[in-house]
Ligand binder design. Sequence first.
Ligand code: ZN
Length: 281
Amino acid sequence: MPSLVRTLLLMAACAALPAQAESFISRLLNKPVPGGVAVVPLGEAPVAPVVTYRDRRTMVLRDDTGQWLSVVGIPLDTKPGAQRIVIQEEAGSRTVAFEIRDKVYAAQHIKLKNKRQVNPDPADLARIEKETAEQLAAYRAFRPHGPSNVMFDRPVEGGRLSSPFGLRRFFNGEARNPHSGLDFAVPAGTPVKAPAAGRVILVGNYFFNGKTVFLDHGQGLVSMFCHLSEITVQPGQEVARGEAVGRVGATGRATGPHLHWNVSLNDARVDPAIFIGAFKP
Ligand code: ZN
């Protein structure tokens, strides 16, 4: 190809780039896959629009260009293809479509010596049912302000990321729920710190999760830390970014000490790696 033509083609390609730079929020968080996050532009408006996805309020943030963005958590069981959010405005409501891409998650086989943790007995099941309801309610928290930061700090210092989010899990060969969070391989006793400011909305000692803390960061963004050896906060307490909420342990259904961290957005458990810039497509 003659070099002049090549230069002209290159110039045309550059001119085709969007005039508006993609915002920091989109670059960081827009991973529209099952178990990911979709950042949907809403345009400009004097006040933040109210947006829902599957009847849950979504987070709405303003980017550096003044445009509103809906930040939507995508449940792991969502099929690739078109999804819709509903935007309530003074003039009425409108829907905006966005596209979910496919993502394939790996399988993981785990051996547990404690058979009761694989097939709980009837008394355990009654306890699990009550505990599940309590925790599901916590994930539905929504308060209008926040979060203090969408780029989260890592909740523990050091430690490799061990089990990723979304692994299709088999306990002693039996299929169970996929991995709802991200694991950090860190020693027992390591302090667990709030990745952003938040309010403690629930603490408990649960059959599967062991000692657990739920932290509401605002606008439907909720962190859950579990298998802790110790909890150092109380329900209702406001926690600053970086403040400790407990210590790493191996309580509940855990094969050894590690931190399990869930991140939930509009009641959808999403990949915490997205919020620390460690997402792998
Ligand atoms: Zn885990």
